[in-house]
Design a protein around this ligand. Structure first.
Ligand code: NAD
Length: 456
């Protein structure tokens, strides 16, 4: 492959989907310069006009829903039904944050000798670095609040999945977004991503990706005291108490860990089940796992596609070696493509790497616990703290355990964690800062305090 070319694969076939120019440091510098030039006019735009621009971004995504969904399904290997749902969320994110420019409220604060009040100012040029698992969705979570607050942005998609971001940047221009307000730069993390992190004209990095890269970004950003938000990895617990609706918990569990082929930071990949209900739960779980339809992402009946790459498949397979305690597995296609069957491991020692590390593939561990205290201790015994679920028929227990878990996003008798209107983000080494909902705007603005002397 020539130096300046980025070969983009289709994970379901392992064939080349597209060859695109590979961006380098000079492209990042040019995009940052354009964003810096565009910033004064964008921040000065009347709030109602910026709101209209955000609405137009949502509308253009809705108008191109099918085209973008097919790009995402082919490039990221995700089922087309899921990809359509993700494009709907992308549109909703822009429509939601279209309400923000006119609602960036401040405080008035009683002081002596005058009037004190606060306003929220944009940061400037913001670098957005996103992963390959939900390429345009996670980009939108950052683009919406960043642009609404008056920042200009340079978006660096993951090198494995740049196509939806590049197409979206074209559509944004067609929708009337001024030149330089949003640029997408498709190149490697080690060069393009790192350049955004060190660039003195970039005020903030909003990053989603692995905890390992997140650490290096936080360290790199320190040199220029850049603002940073980090949405990192997870090893989320799915706690099933014996008093839960076991059929409902077992029916929902596969979707919560095998959705997106397990390549989901919120994957409930540690299924912790009260010992007295373990056998009954496993009996319900097995048919739900073996029934998962794994196959062509573009086929409407497909529920799970391939993994993103050969490397990712090798990483996942290392957790399911010959000695692994496979309780049961689903099926996956043979032949080309990065396929891996949904797999449940049980029994697994809680100290086993499969029980502690983020696998980021369709592998779940099931581990028994005896009582509520042990359930909370096991759930919290991890460096991560992104999301989790609690299944119980006891309302008091649900709330006690919800308060005791060190995670940012929880669901009770449900496995959903992500909504446009509610904050999303992690505790501990799952990162800091919140995306989505009203809280995301805090991460893209500075609070300015102004005192106006009124005289004696
Ligand atoms: P990754 O950390 O390898 O890459 C993420 C992005 O960072 C890519 O765009 C990559 O090019 C870039 N990058 C890599 N090295 C860099 C560097 N040195 N400097 C700057 N940028 C660099 O992650 P991935 O493999 O693409 O995604 C999987 C990870 O993302 C998993 O750990 C998953 O849990 C996490 N994730 C977290 C969330 C969340 O919201 N918490 C959501 C999705 C994925």
């Amino acid at each position: 492959m020539p130096e300046g070319v980025l070969e983009v694969l289709e994970p379901a076939t392992a064939a080349v989907l597209e060859e695109i120019p590979r961006a380098g440091v000079a492209d990042v510098d040019a995009a940052v310069a354009r964003a810096a030039e565009a910033f004064p006019a964008w921040r000065a735009l009347a709030p109602s006009d910026r709101a209209a621009q955000l609405r137009a971004l949502g509308d253009v995504v809705s108008a191109h829903r099918e085209e973008l969904a097919v790009i995402e399904a082919r490039n990221a290997g995700k089922p087309i039904g899921d990809a359509r749902g993700e494009m709907d969320m992308v549109a909703s994110v822009f429509h939601y944050y279209a309400g923000a420019p006119e609602r960036l409220l401040g405080d008035t604060i009683p002081v002596t000798g005058g009037q004190a009040f606060t306003v929220r100012e944009p940061l400037g040029v913001v670098g957005l670095i996103v992963p390959w698992n939900f390429p345009l969705t996670i980009a939108a979570w950052k683009l919406g609040p960043a642009l609404a607050a008056g920042n200009t942005v340079v978006l660096k998609p993951a090198e494995l999945t740049p196509l939806s971001a590049l197409r979206f940047a074209e559509l944004a221009r067609e929708a009337g977004l001024p030149d330089g307000v949003l640029s997408a730069v498709a190149g490697p993390g080690a060069t393009c991503g790192a350049r955004l992190v060190e660039h003195p004209a970039v005020a903030k990095i909003a990053f989603t990706g692995s905890t390992a890269v997140g650490r290096s970004i936080a360290a790199g950003a320190a040199a220029t005291i850049k603002r940073v938000t980090l949405e990192l990895g997870g090893k989320s617990p799915n706690l099933v108490f014996a008093d839960a609706d076991l059929a409902a918990a077992a029916a929902a569990a596969p979707g919560a860990v095998f959705g997106n082929a397990g390549q989901d930071c919120c994957a409930r990949s540690r299924i912790l089940v009260q010992r007295s209900a373990l056998d009954a739960f496993l009996a319900e779980l097995e048919p739900a796992v073996t029934a998962i339809r794994v196959g062509d992402p573009l086929a409407p009946e497909t529920q799970m596609g391939p993994l993103i790459s050969a490397d990712q498949r090798a990483r996942v397979a290392a957790y399911v070696d010959d000695g692994a305690a496979v309780a049961f597995r689903g099926r996956a296609p043979d032949g080309p493509g990065f396929w891996f069957a949904p797999t449940v491991l049980c029994p697994v020692d809680p100290a086993d790497p499969a029980a502690r590390e983020e696998i980021f593939g369709p592998v779940a561990v099931v581990i028994p616990f005896d009582d509520e205290e042990e359930a909370v201790r096991m759930a919290n015994d991890t460096i991560y703290g992104l999301s989790g679920s609690i299944w119980t028929g006891d309302g008091g227990r649900a709330l006690r355990v919800a308060r005791a878990l060190d995670v940012g996003v929880l669901s009770i008798n449900s496995n959903t964690s992500v909504r446009v209107a509610t904050p999303f983000g992690g505790f501990k080494q799952s990162g800091y800062g919140r995306e989505l909902g009203p809280h995301a705007l805090d991460a893209y603005t500075e609070v300015k305090s102004i005192f106006f002397a009124t005289g004696a």
